[in-house]
Design a protein around this ligand. Structure first.
Ligand SMILES: NC(=O)c1ccc[n+]([C@@H]2O[C@H](COP(=O)([O-])OP(=O)(O)OC[C@H]3O[C@@H](n4cnc5c(N)ncnc54)[C@H](O)[C@@H]3O)[C@@H](O)[C@H]2O)c1
Ligand SMILES: [Zn+2]
Length: 367
């Protein structure tokens, strides 16, 4: 088992990573004084496979609340129901809420923990690769508003993140592959974080593709630990996204636009993979990145089973317009994270619609 520390002064916390990592939970809870009750928020898909193992690791009897799987649960209705359950169980600020599930459960559990009694203790136990590498680390929590995704949220750091890699074994193939897009993203920005070497982590991915897809325990542990260390380093330097943290949005401007336009037909990570291809093509177009580097990324994403083009015709103008609606628009300009070489992300606020349309041609459906 490995431990990665998220350094945030008095809010620092460990990420425990390994098969069987839930066994650390009694120790985590023992260090938190004065709690009376543990509440577990999960969904039926996860509960079916993994609630038993979590339960067995916990001292005493937790209150378990299940929410429906899927993005629709990131709603005020779900949150209101959870508040009712917490009130009924007389849960206070010092009690502990555990989010057991993918990013949806993690975001809902995190938002509820961050707002109940102005912030109660939270332990994230992510069960998808996406949640393990990204959503559970860094303290961003959010639910959706009908007018947009993740519009209602708070920053609330967990007291610990426990990534039990055994839980990833039941994950669908597509979910696993989608999560890998985030670890490739972390490799591409690693140099700028000081936590790892981009070239080294990228080459590691290229060498380990087969073992990653076969869910080899040791390989998954290394992938998760290195990826979390990169995210942790970014969060430690810029907790509230006033600067460096924006590099985590590499591939996400176009990624989010595609997610919406395709009405969530593609997974988040699949859209991020396509977004990274576009960001690389924008970078090549500016002579910032060598063509071979962009080809190398495409080749790796393709070997990891991620899409190379959108599954159906989407008008380029619609993608451009959707990018302009992104939350990250500042002073009317879309900000893209581009690469000035592998490991060298830069924020570009002057990408023109023409430039973007040319880059989008690389991921157009071939019909
Ligand atoms: N807060 C952040 O920083 C952050 C970062 C990235 C993503 N997110 C959010 O995360 C969400 C996406 O998360 P996701 O990709 O994990 O999807 P998800 O939470 O919807 O999970 C995908 C599916 O897998 C099932 N599942 C989860 N774990 C399983 C397991 N071990 N075995 C079998 N089935 C399992 C779930 O029930 C669900 O049906 C989005 O809402 C996104 O906005 C948040
Ligand atoms: Zn993402």
């Amino acid at each position: 088992m490995r431990t990665v520390q998220v350094e945030l002064g008095s809010s620092s916390y460990p990420i425990y990573i390994g098969a069987g990592a839930v066994k650390v939970l009694p120790g985590v809870l023992a260090e938190l004084t004065d709690w009376r009750q543990v509440v577990v928020v999960t969904d039926p898909n996860v509960a079916r496979w993994h609630l038993g193992a979590l339960h067995a690791a916990l001292p005493g009897e937790p209150v378990v609340v299940q929410i429906n799987p899927g993005e629709a649960s990131k709603s005020l209705e779900t949150v209101a129901r959870l508040y009712d359950e917490l009130a009924a169980a007389r849960i206070g600020r010092l009690d502990v809420l555990i989010g057991l599930g993918g990013g949806v459960v993690g975001d809902v559990a995190g938002f509820v923990a961050g707002t109940w009694h102005r912030g109660m203790r939270l332990v994230q136990v992510p069960t998808t690769l996406e949640a393990a590498l990204d959503a559970s680390v860094g303290g961003k929590t959010a639910i959706n508003h009908p007018s947009g995704k993740n519009l209602i949220g708070v920053f609330h750091q967990p007291v610990a993140v426990v990534i039990d890699l055994a839980f990833l074994q039941t994950l669908g193939e597509r979910e696993l592959r989608a999560g890998l897009a985030e670890s490739v993203k972390h490799a591409l920005i690693a140099d700028a974080t000081g936590a790892d070497c981009s070239e080294d982590f990228l080459t590691w991915h290229e060498r380990q593709v087969e073992r990653i897809l076969a869910r080899d325990a040791q390989v998954l542990e290394e992938l998760t630990a290195r990826s979390c260390a990169i995210k942790a380093a970014v969060v430690a330097q810029d907790e509230r996204e006033s600067g460096l943290r924006a590099i985590l949005n590499f591939g996400h401007t176009v990624g989010h636009a595609l997610e919406r336009l395709l009405e969530y037909e593609l997974r988040h990570g699949e859209c991020v993979a396509l977004g990274m291809i576009v960001a690389c093509e924008l970078s090549v177009g500016r002579n910032w990145l060598e063509r071979e580097a962009a080809e190398r990324l495409r080749c790796l994403l393709s070997r990891l089973g991620l899409p190379m083009s959108v599954p159906r015709a989407v008008r380029k103008q619609d993608v451009v317009a959707a990018c302009q609606m992104d939350k990250k628009v500042r002073a009317g300009r879309v900000h893209f994270i581009l690469l000035r070489g592998i490991g060298r992300p830069v924020c570009a606020g002057d990408v023109t619609s023409d430039e973007l349309e040319r880059a989008l041609a690389w991921i157009q459906a071939s019909d």
